[in-house]
Design a protein around this ligand. Sequence first.
Ligand code: ADP
Ligand code: MG
Length: 231
Amino acid sequence: MTALVTIKDVVKGYVRGKQRVEVLHGVNLEVRERDFLALMGPSGSGKTTLLNLIGGLDKPDRGEVIVAGERLDTLSSGKLAKWRARHVGFVFQFYNLLPVLSAERNVEVPLLLTKLSGKQRKQNVRAALELVGLADRAKHKPAELSGGQQQRVAIARALVSDPTLLVCDEPTGDLDRESSEAVLELLELLNRDHGKTVIMVTHDPRAAEHASRLLYVDKGVLSAEPLGTAA
Ligand code: ADP
Ligand code: MG
């Protein structure tokens, strides 16, 4: 199957004051279409930095980032924003729902940037909420939902524009075991039955078991084994 994501010799650092701290030191990665990849590693190792490059939220200092056939590292920020809206759904640890909006309004937000009519938007929102099993909570505000339900609304929002790729940064990091399982089973379903490619950062080995592939990030380097276990 073709590669959906190709990362070539990517270097990325941040400037703090007069100092540049390098976070990714020449990362190479290929993710095929319909993969479910889990990324694990200690905090501060560069996992979020890598996800943000894959999702087109940020650009590398050096190297190539090619996702869904597009060279993201050379796109202008305007084009990158348009590309993101079409190709990527983001899921974050703390859901990032707007507290004053109902579940259905939250899910509708990404569609406000599209040319869809109000009626089409409503249909797509409905379908996304049904897919995550929360059609009956459409009118609820985030504060009226459990953490697990809020995360499922956030997943509906990530899905509603039918992106190729779901990028999930510790999606179960704030959930109890039961809600985590529900969220992970949902990601698995989206991967298996709806053709979504999923890239998920997690600290939880049980969460990683839901993925079809596991890689470790340590101090800005990717490997197939956790650091210290290599022969
Ligand atoms: P992880 O997600 O694995 O915990 P991150 O990718 O968030 O790691 O961060 C890697 C390193 O880069 C950390 O040392 C962090 O402090 C630093 N960092 C991340 N984002 C920024 C930023 N916007 N500005 C400066 N330093 C950053
Ligand atoms: Mg992180």
